[in-house]
Structure formats: structure tokens, C-alpha cells
Design a protein around this ligand. Structure first.
Ligand SMILES: [Zn+2]
Ligand SMILES: [Zn+2]
Length: 351
């Protein structure tokens, strides 16, 4: 197919080297690069907005490094379909669609065939393994594009595609029953969405939020948390399930100690930082593990998680709180995210 109306180059904020993000080592450079050409079964997307995720920090700092450099990050992409390959059949031209972390999976392995394409050995992550949404255009296989419900705005849709979808997956892994207590340790982009999804799905359950900053705790109370406290505060009762979204280990141990018999801890983090890893030496079998407590992790998302999250979001309705930045200020957004300056989700406005 030809390029859009003679537009042949685009702006992209790209990762050129890996290392810690600091105010004096901003990670992304604004480049002028060719507009991508979609493959046979791919869509060409004009990006309208792209969410900023903690996983981008993990990519840049080398905990889950890009497949090659330079790389355009961004896996919470909302845009308009402006082109498609010859083999596309789903009629998505001119539609508003979302692209999530799952850019593709093989479709043939045991995991893909059993509904766990998130665990596919050939899982391709958007913005890590292939270029993502910190750019004016990007591409995606049409089978992995998610139509966005009309009532959800561009900016508000972006956090649903990652924080919301992976939060939905974490919540499903908690196997909560209505009335059972749920804890959330860490209260960033995912936490505030999970809290609202949990309230909708389990109306009789109380939600307990553990967060370091009073700003996050008061935000959680505004949304209806039954109790809030610091990471290691004890709520005075044991909880049936806890979702951990922190980058550290202390909240994991603390959560294991706070689980009721048979309780489930689900760690929703792509990598843990190593700063307080030594604390794991204090793991105590009786206090942290015994009585059939279980611990699992969440890896990636399936297309179904994304679809279910978007459906729930339009049903509740779930309107994520967002702070937006122009594309060229992506470095500032990442730095503020790393510094813990979080209220709701950060989103880049692209077009
Ligand atoms: Zn993400
Ligand atoms: Zn597979």
C-alpha cells in the first residue's frame, strides 16, 4: 500500500541506550523516522494517544530490555486505522482501535491453544520487541487490534490497555468470591482501576489499600477503599487475596503475613528491583507460607483480558484519571513516573 497522503516520515521518541533514568540522563531522543509500512495482515495506525507505563522504565533500565536499539516504546496505544495490508479482512479501516502489550503470539503452541497466549514462548511485546506507540504512526496485526468503545475517550482508554487489562488478569487470578476481602499493595495506575473493577464485580467485598504516600492513600479512600495504611501497617484482620504492584520485596513479605489461611497473593510486576532483596532471608514458613497460602505472578496479558477490561470499563463506567503530556515531553513523563509522582495514569498526546 502507499503511504498516507504523501506523509513519509514521522516523529518518534526512541530509546537509544540503556541505563538508569535520572534528571541528567533522560532516556529518549526525538527522531524523524520513516512511517512504517504494514505487512499483509497488519493495520497502519495513526496514533492519537499512548499511555506511559512503569514497564518502559524497566525496558530503559535493562530489566526487560528492548529486542534491539533504537526502539520506540509504548504499549497502550489508541489510534485510528489509516491503512491495512492486502490480507486484512476484519473491516477495521477508519476505526478507533487500541494496541496492548500483546502485539502477537504464535497461535499454535500449547499455551496459545489453551487460552494462555500471554505465556507463549514467541510472545511479541509491543514497544519492546517491535516499535510501539511513542510515535505518530505504528502497525499491529489486525487480529491483535482492539476496537475502543465509543464512550471511552482516547486518553482514558490508554491505561485500560495495560494497567487495566493486567489488573483484570491479576484480579481473576485472585479467585475472589463476593464478600471476601481484597488487599492492594501499591496504588498506581493499575491499583486505582483494579479497585473500581473489584467494587463492581464483588460489591460485598471490602478493599484494603497499602501505599507509601498519603497522596495515594487519600486517593484510594476517595474511591471507596475500606481501609488504607502504609506498606507494612496491619489492617487488624487477615485478607483473602492481595495484589502486589510494587517494585520491592518488603511489601511481598508483609502481604504474605497478612493473608488469611488459604489466601492468595498475586504479584503483578514484570520485574522486581533488587534493592531490598536481602529481606527475603527473613521469610518464615509458619508466618508467611503455611496454611495453604499461595503466591503467583502475572505475566503479560491475553487478548481476552484486554477485551474484558474494555467491556467492564464501558459497563461500570470506569474512567481512569489521567495526566497528559505532549509526545515530545515523554522524558518528563517517565522521570515523574520513576520519582513516584503518580496520580492516576500518565498519557502522551500524539495527534
Ligand atoms: Zn504497561
Ligand atoms: Zn504460542
Amino acid at each position: 500500500m502507499g503511504l498516507m497522503n504523501g506523509v513519509s516520515r514521522m516523529r518518534a521518541m526512541r530509546i537509544h541506550r540503556l541505563g538508569p533514568i535520572t534528571a541528567s540522563a533522560l532516556p529518549l531522543e526525538e527522531d524523524s523516522v520513516p512511517v512504517p509500512v504494514p505487512g499483509e495482515s497488519d493495520l497502519l495506525i495513526r496514533v492519537r494517544a499512548c499511555g506511559v507505563c512503569h514497564t518502559e522504565i524497566d525496558e530503559i533500565e535493562g530489566r526487560t530490555p528492548p529486542a534491539q536499539l533504537p526502539m520506540t516504546p509504548g504499549h497502550q496505544v489508541v489510534g485510528t486505522v489509516v491503512g491495512q495490508g492486502n490480507a486484512c479482512t476484519l473491516g477495521l479501516m477508519n476505526r478507533r482501535i487500541g494496541i496492548a502489550w500483546i502485539h502477537s503470539a504464535c497461535g499454535e503452541c500449547a499455551w496459545c491453544l489453551s487460552g494462555r497466549e500471554n505465556l507463549c514462548p514467541d510472545f511479541i511485546a509491543c514497544g519492546r520487541d517491535v516499535p510501539g506507540g511513542y510515535a505518530e504512526f505504528t502497525t499491529v496485526p489486525e487480529a491483535f487490534a482492539h476496537p475502543i468503545p465509543d464512550q471511552i475517550g482516547d486518553l482514558e482508554a490508554t491505561p485500560l490497555l495495560c494497567a487495566g487489562a493486567v489488573g483484570f488478569r491479576a484480579l481473576a487470578l485472585c479467585r475472589l468470591e463476593n464478600g471476601q476481602n481484597l488487599g492492594l499493595t501499591g496504588f498506581g495506575a493499575s491499583g486505582h482501576l483494579v479497585l473500581q473493577m473489584a467494587q463492581h464485580l464483588y460489591p460485598d467485598s471490602d478493599i484494603f489499600v497499602f501505599a507509601r504516600s498519603e497522596k495515594e492513600r487519600s486517593f484510594a479512600r476517595t474511591l471507596g477503599a475500606a481501609w488504607t495504611g502504609n506498606t507494612t501497617d496491619q489492617p487488624g484482620l487477615l485478607l483473602d487475596a492481595i495484589i502486589d504492584t510494587t517494585p520491592a520485596w518488603l511489601p511481598v513479605l508483609s502481604a504474605m503475613a497478612t493473608l488469611a489461611p488459604g489466601g492468595r497473593l498475586v504479584i503483578n510486576a514484570i520485574r522486581k528491583e533488587s534493592g531490598d532483596r536481602d529481606i527475603l532471608a527473613t521469610l518464615d514458613y509458619d508466618r508467611h507460607l503455611w496454611r495453604e497460602k499461595s503466591l503467583s505472578t502475572v505475566a503479560n496479558v491475553t487478548r481476552r483480558d484486554v477485551t474484558e477490561c474494555l467491556r467492564l470499563a464501558s459497563e461500570i463506567p470506569l474512567l481512569p484519571q489521567v495526566t497528559s503530556y505532549p509526545l515530545e515531553n515523554a522524558n518528563q513523563a517517565l522521570l515523574e513516573l520513576k520519582q513516584g509522582n503518580i496520580r492516576g495514569a500518565k498519557v502522551l498526546r500524539v495527534s
